[in-house]
Design a protein around this ligand. Sequence first.
Ligand code: SF4
Length: 246
Amino acid sequence: MWTPEVKTHENFTLWVTHECNMNCVFCRDSENQPIKGFMTMEEVARSLTHAKETGIKTVLIGGGEPTLHPNIIEIAQMSKDMGFFTVITTNYTKPESIKALDGICDTINISVYPENKDSIPSQKNFKSNIYLKVLLYKGRFETKEDFDAFIDRYEQLTPNMGFCCMRGHTEWCEEHKDIEWLNSLPIEKEVMTDRGNPCWIYRGHVIDRKDLSTFKKAHMMVDVRGLLFDKQGKWVLPEESEAIIE
Ligand code: SF4
């Protein structure tokens, strides 16, 4: 599970698709969503082999919505069999696919949205760690009391949850990133991640203040176009990526 102590350079993100069955206004992947298609199993195998050779420990399977990939179980199993700590992030619109990934993925990150808030599963029905990821933006919780009520409710399902503020990566996000009640929250401590994000700990849960990030480090990613985001945070074009993947 993600903690502020995670070493970003040990992570590798496999964007198995940019397609999604939701259309969130704050989507970080919105500019990529017109790109259709899925990583082939060959591309997945090649990327994972490269990740292994590079000393990667954790594979983050994401998208878009990764459960739309027709081979998602095979992909997770391949990652697990290669010895990676395997994490998938999902909007939990395909609960049957998530159930099939139980015990294969080490952690299942479920993004909790207003649309799926009433269907979040309980940790007690899963072998994998269920980690709830909650985006914070203006209007999501009107007051600290609303925020506390959310934590009270979902702690009954799983002890593992984390909150994340937004960078202003779109106009909507810029307008909604400042949350009035957040700055006066009585936090327990502040931890700095290796990516330059201050993380607040509140009631034992992390609030990733990406809105205050200095974003010093990226980590390696690969997507359906074979694009890589290298360790220096530079996008590498497909022609060049051959040299990096192989
Ligand atoms: S569910 Fe996730 S990937 Fe899909 S539109 Fe929403 S934020 Fe983007």
